[in-house]
Design a protein around this ligand. Sequence first.
Ligand SMILES: CC(C)(COP(=O)(O)OP(=O)(O)OC[C@H]1O[C@@H](n2cnc3c(N)ncnc32)[C@H](O)[C@@H]1OP(=O)(O)O)[C@@H](O)C(=O)NCCC(=O)NCCS
Length: 161
Amino acid sequence: MKLTTARLTIEPLAERDIPDFVAYRQRPEIARYQSWSPDFASRDAQELVASNPAELPPLDGWVQLAMHHDGRLVGDLAVHTLAVGYELGVTVGEQRQGYATEGMSALVAHLSPSPLFAFSDSRNDAVAALLTRVGFVRDGQEPDFFKGEWTTLDGWTLLPD
Ligand SMILES: CC(C)(COP(=O)(O)OP(=O)(O)OC[C@H]1O[C@@H](n2cnc3c(N)ncnc32)[C@H](O)[C@@H]1OP(=O)(O)O)[C@@H](O)C(=O)NCCC(=O)NCCS
């Protein structure tokens, strides 16, 4: 399956995306609030692609979606199928170009009217701005021990009207 927006095509991450995907996952500022670390390697990406579902939303588990602009990988989205609704994630290799907003907006529209959820480190101002921009509301906070230090995990929800 494929979603299209004004600038983007959005489809499951595939073999051809691996070099660019690994390159931005290795940047410390991009890895900082994410589950992976800058030692993320091509073999990690290969494992992810090998088990990546083809359908959106996935029947269960996560699907990792590539965002392409003019054939170039500019970032990725992730969708996790929950018992009720979906959890979303997002990363862009090219920051502040509007790609994350454009991709997340398309994903929200595609998954609507299911309840949508996201989680973020409360120090991650960029994702807070993005989630607010596309309609999420911050509705929970809990302490979180992450990458060797205590921080706060914010919970975000976008409920159907
Ligand atoms: C979180 C993250 C995806 C947000 O990305 P972002 O670059 O801030 O968001 P966008 O791609 O939507 O870009 C928005 C900016 O582009 C600008 N922009 C430029 N051209 C634009 C266009 N055509 N359309 C919309 N916005 C545009 C907007 O004005 C906005 O600028 P601002 O930040 O000064 O307000 C990014 O910081 C990231 O990848 N972080 C690392 C991974 C991470 O932590 N992910 C979240 C884990 S929960």
